[in-house]
Design a protein around this ligand. Structure first.
Ligand SMILES: Nc1nc2c(ncn2[C@@H]2O[C@H](COP(=O)(O)OP(=O)(O)OP(=O)(O)O)[C@@H](O)[C@H]2O)c(=O)[nH]1
Ligand SMILES: [Mg+2]
Length: 420
């Protein structure tokens, strides 16, 4: 259920969205509680406020002191100029956003240009976001008269549908303009939203004949942001010929608010080292602990936590294999163990997780059990927690710890819409 549909944003401050209390909203609804003023506050943001502020501060600090290397890099500045020059020339601009953060991943530089029917918002990484919320977001963009499409660049069927949609748009454009030239589409967006992966997938699906001859081109795809350094062109269809331009990811020149910084960092648009892996893992744990996702994991086959907690029997890898991983893939067992352990830790926690202090205590406990689940000995405290955090982030970013949409839908009040 979407808790935002009947509410009106009353006051928005960094990291916390506060809604006017309306009778239609169920106060006990997941993720909400009432603050002292009687407003409905989105719980995750409020309880994790300190963490969000810390992350925002870390990003701002780095952007201020080492901006040329970490935030708005020289290659981004150059790419931004090159993209700006091409925007009026291309037939269609595909603004790629991360489906987990449909608002926070906006490519802000597009606002300089008048809104146009030659633009499509592409919510990529749909497989990692909350599916019903992605549908709500797509409906929202439609209501705002923005064409939008949700995709998973790793799913061939999905890419085929997207290509058919693009070809339909191209036919409409050709009818309208009577153009006979080849059509050029340009992918733009912040770093790491999957522009290159999308360009490659469209190229592979649209160029079957070339694929069969082993003549495909490749844009570099990487889990690290800022990997694409120049604009490249890939053909994605014939009759009519359609080309897609893959471009480098560009962040806004000025650092934005703490809430947005935190979400960009967690989803990987900013290098992890800017904020620190442990802090990012803590932020993810706060989201997980305040969501309903972990509750599904209570039905997983019981994990023998005691074994892990005491490190009993894990020194001998053979024992571990026999006892805990009898038949299935080791990775699946680790994922199940992580899920089950997080479920046990959150559900047995006796504090009040809506309070920032208690939430911090819970997160500390979660990191400790994770360190043990990942079999990381406590030789040097820092590195074992760092490694546990890295592993946890990796599981989250590959969708194995649930599907979270971190941005909340704005109200239907057009004056508050960032697109108008
Ligand atoms: N789960 C999932 N992962 C994706 C998807 N699209 C891309 N990725 C992954 O996201 C990471 C970044 O992808 P890229 O295509 O390099 O992102 P980019 O926007 O080109 O990044 P820059 O070139 O740095 O701007 C890679 O690890 C991809 O495999 C998707 O739809 N779903
Ligand atoms: Mg790229």
């Amino acid at each position: 259920m979407n808790h935002f549909r009947h509410s009106r944003i009353f006051r928005v401050k960094e990291g916390t969205v506060v809604f006017r209390k309306l009778p239609l909203i169920n106060k006990s609804a997941k993720g909400f509680n009432s603050d002292s003023c009687g407003y409905l506050v989105q719980r995750p943001m409020a309880a994790a406020e300190t963490l969000i502020q810390k992350i925002g501060k870390a990003v701002k600090e780095v952007a201020k002191t080492r901006s040329s290397e970490w935030w708005y890099t020289p290659h981004m500045a150059a790419a931004s100029r090159a993209i700006d020059e091409r925007i009026p020339l291309v037939d269609l601009v595909l603004e790629v956003r991360d489906a987990r953060i449909p608002l926070s991943s906006e490519y802000l530089q597009l606002r300089k240009f008048p809104s146009s029917s030659r633009r499509v918002i592409v919510l990529n990484k749909m497989d990692l976001a909350n599916r019903p919320q992605t549908k709500e977001w797509l409906r929202f963009f439609e209501e705002q008269k923005c064409m939008a499409f949700g995709v998973n660049s790793h799913n061939r069927e999905n890419i085929r549908e997207f290509l058919t949609f693009l070809q339909g748009r191209v036919r409409e454009l050709k009818k309208k303009d009577g153009t006979a030239h080849a059509i050029t589409l340009m992918l733009v967006g912040i770093p790491n939203v999957g522009k290159s992966a999308l360009a490659n997938s469209l190229h592979q699906v649209g160029r079957i004949a070339a694929a069969e001859k082993g003549k495909l081109k490749h844009s570099v795809v990487s889990p690290q942001p800022g990997e694409t350094k120049s604009i490249s062109s890939l053909k994605i269809a014939s009759h009519p010929n359609i080309y897609v331009l893959d471009t480098p990811g560009v962040l806004p020149p000025n650092v934005i608010d703490d809430g947005i910084c935190s979400k960009l960092a967690l989803t990987g648009a900013i290098k992890d080292s800017v904020v620190g892996e442990i802090q990012l893992a803590e932020y993810f744990l706060s989201i997980l602990s305040l969501s309903d996702e972990y509750k599904k994991w209570g039905t997983l086959p019981g994990f023998e936590t005691r074994q892990v907690l005491s490190n009993e029997g894990i020194s001998n890898p053979d024992n571990r294999q026999k006892r805990q991983y009898p038949t299935d893939h080791t990775q699946d067992f680790i994922v199940n163990n992580v899920r089950r352990t997080l479920f046990d830790t959150v559900s047995s926690f006796t504090g009040c997780i809506e309070s920032g202090k208690d939430l911090a205590r819970l997160i500390e406990q979660e990191l400790e059990v994770l360190r043990k689940v990942f079999h990381l000995p406590l030789e040097s405290e820092e590195s074992s927690y760092f490694r546990a955090a890295t592993k946890l982030l990796n599981l989250y970013r590959t969708g194995r710890l649930g599907h979270y949409t971190l941005d909340s839908l704005p109200s239907n009040d057009p004056t508050l819409s960032p697109w108008l």
